[in-house]
Design a protein around this ligand. Structure first.
Ligand code: ZN
Ligand code: ZN
Length: 111
């Protein structure tokens, strides 16, 4: 497919980004990122700085990924992978793990 050339640039450093999604593999986890547009260097840096740990399996959760959210009694939130093994029945919320913070956090409709 010949798509018209679009000028894409990294939202973090402004460097041009030629292919989407931006792909990298970080600590054994692969990530494909369509949005926001960042270059590989910035994506790796973001992974280093803003990853968190899964409250269930302890493995890393990369920034810009969908997560399950568990509410702790102290008003804190724990995030887990959006997988059946990590997202247990007790997880009534899901959200999007962005740059070190939870985004688009919403309750799953119980119906
Ligand atoms: Zn960049
Ligand atoms: Zn996990």
């Amino acid at each position: 497919m010949n798509r018209p050339e679009v000028a894409l640039s990294c939202v973090d450093c402004g460097k041009s980004v030629e292919t989407l999604p931006t792909f990298t593999s970080f600590r054994g986890q692969e990530t494909y990122l369509f949005h926001p547009i960042v270059c590989v260097d910035c994506l790796v840096e973001t992974c280093q700085q803003h990853s968190t740990a899964c409250a269930n399996c302890g493995e890393i959760i990369l920034p810009y990924s969908q997560v399950g959210v568990l509410k702790e009694s102290h008003g804190r939130y724990l995030v887990v992978h959006m997988t059946t093994s990590c997202l247990t029945v007790g997880g009534a919320f899901h959200g999007f793990w962005g740059k070190g913070q939870l985004l688009n956090f919403k309750e799953i409709e119980a119906c």
